[in-house]
Design a protein around this ligand. Structure first.
Ligand code: ADP
Ligand code: MG
Length: 389
């Protein structure tokens, strides 16, 4: 990838694609992580004498929609970069171009949500050409969007000299270590809702790892594939054969697989609902498994001992609803307490759990990209990386 160090920003107007897809409530940004992670790139370019035009998406609007305006992000950004301002123009519009052309070195302009443009997700070449007029060079720092072949990610990158930002570089470097010569033993912890979301990652990582720990709802598809009684737990019936096949392949590759031994179960997903503890292979109807139990938490912590490389994706239970968050918190703590290991967490919900625990600094890398990090581990590259080569 061409990087920022290949670009002399002096006197240039640089178009930067950031990922400011952040949670907003009541017109205020709730979690600034992605904004903070973009600052090294923005400051480097500003100190080098550039002016900046920023593009980002926010949420999944179907056309222009004030609920998905980047205005609150502009406010939050200004607290860190006082020269930044938000202009409510469609990024492909004439007004946007005029504002961009009037920028002086040191100034920063954030334009409105790229997904307000109908051509954005279709990677419309005509829209990409209008984006390209906003700057003289393009920097892609939106790692969380780098798996999308959209106009503001790959379309415009083909039309301007294009470079990877510092966040993009940091993510690719950290995630590459999970694929290339990882230190062994190498453990992967997977959870979350569905096996089907994670098949690609499992298949890619299986030949590289030593231990695979499976929790979350996806564990029940594996347990059922082994003939266990999982009650009303979430099972992907159409993936039972696949689960069996993955377990067989793991065995063939000498990967030790850890599944839950006990589960915290309830009849409904509801805060304060009455919970019961069952062995993972005998959950009676009408109960559903909603978290890993205390025996499993201990077994998983032991299975992680001595690991030199760890990748974690997906919560161990319905961590949004206490008390079903305890398994996820226990696994987060177990990984964070490993000494000298290279530890990475990726995935929107698992990263939220790590942040909630205040354990962010005890991981070697916390990825800002959920889907992007999984797709990178599956394919070893992303559309947004290819376009910078
Ligand atoms: P990530 O965003 O970290 O990649 P996923 O999106 O794959 O994680 O999965 C997170 C979701 O999985 C959460 O909403 C959580 O409630 C759900 N989940 C985890 N365990 C269970 C379970 N046992 N039953 C139902 N849902 C579960
Ligand atoms: Mg998720």
């Amino acid at each position: 990838m061409r990087t920022l160090l290949d670009l002399d920003p002096k006197g240039k107007r640089v178009l930067v694609r950031v990922d400011y897809n952040v949670p907003i409530q009541g017109g205020k940004v709730q979690d600034e992580t992605r904004i903070l992670e973009s600052l090294p790139t923005l400051r480097h370019l500003l100190e080098g004498g550039a002016s900046l035009v920023l593009l980002s998406h926010l949420g999944r609007p179907k056309g222009p929609d004030p609920k998905h305006s980047l205005a609150p992000v502009g406010e939050a950004l200004k607290a860190h970069i006082p020269e930044a301002r938000f202009a409510p123009f469609l990024p492909g519009s004439e007004e946007a171009r005029r504002e961009a052309e009037a920028l002086r070195p040191g100034e920063v302009l954030l334009l409105e949500n790229v997904r307000f443009e109908p051509g954005e997700e279709k990677n419309d070449p005509e829209l990409a050409a209008r984006y390209a007029r906003l700057g003289e060079a393009f920097v892609l720092d939106a790692f969380g969007s780098a798996h999308r072949a959209h106009a503001s990610v790959v379309g415009v990158a083909r039309l301007l000299p294009a470079y990877a930002g510092f966040l993009m570089e940091k993510e690719v470097k950290a995630l590459s270590r999970l694929l290339q010569d990882p230190e062994r033993p190498y453990a992967v912890v997977l959870g979350g809702a569905k096996v089907s979301d994670k098949i690609g990652v499992i298949e890619s990582l299986l030949p590289r790892i030593d231990r695979l720990l499976i929790g979350g709802a996806m564990a029940f598809t594996f347990l059922k594939a082994l003939g266990k009684e999982v009650g009303k737990s979430l099972v992907e019936e159409d993936r039972l054969d696949l689960a069996q096949d993955l377990l067989r392949r793991a065995e063939g590759l000498g990967v030790r697989v850890y599944l839950p031994e006990d589960v915290v179960a309830a009849e409904r997903i509801e805060a304060g609902v009455e919970t019961r503890l069952f062995p993972a292979e005998a959950i009676p109807i009408p109960y559903m498994g909603l978290d890993i139990g205390p025996k499993t938490r201990e077994a998983f912590a032991r299975a992680l001992e001595g690991a030199r490389t760890v990748f974690w994706n997906g919560p161990m239970g319905v961590f949004e609803v206490p008390p079903f968050d305890e398994g996820t918190l226990a696994v987060g703590r177990a990984i964070a307490s490993l000494e000298g290991a290279f530890t990475v967490v990726g995935g929107g919900d698992s990263v939220a759990a790590v942040n909630r625990l205040g354990l962010k600094d005890r991981f070697s890398h916390v990825s800002t990209g959920g889907g992007a990090s999984l797709e990178f581990l599956e394919k070893g590259t992303l559309p947004g990386i290819e376009v910078l080569k």
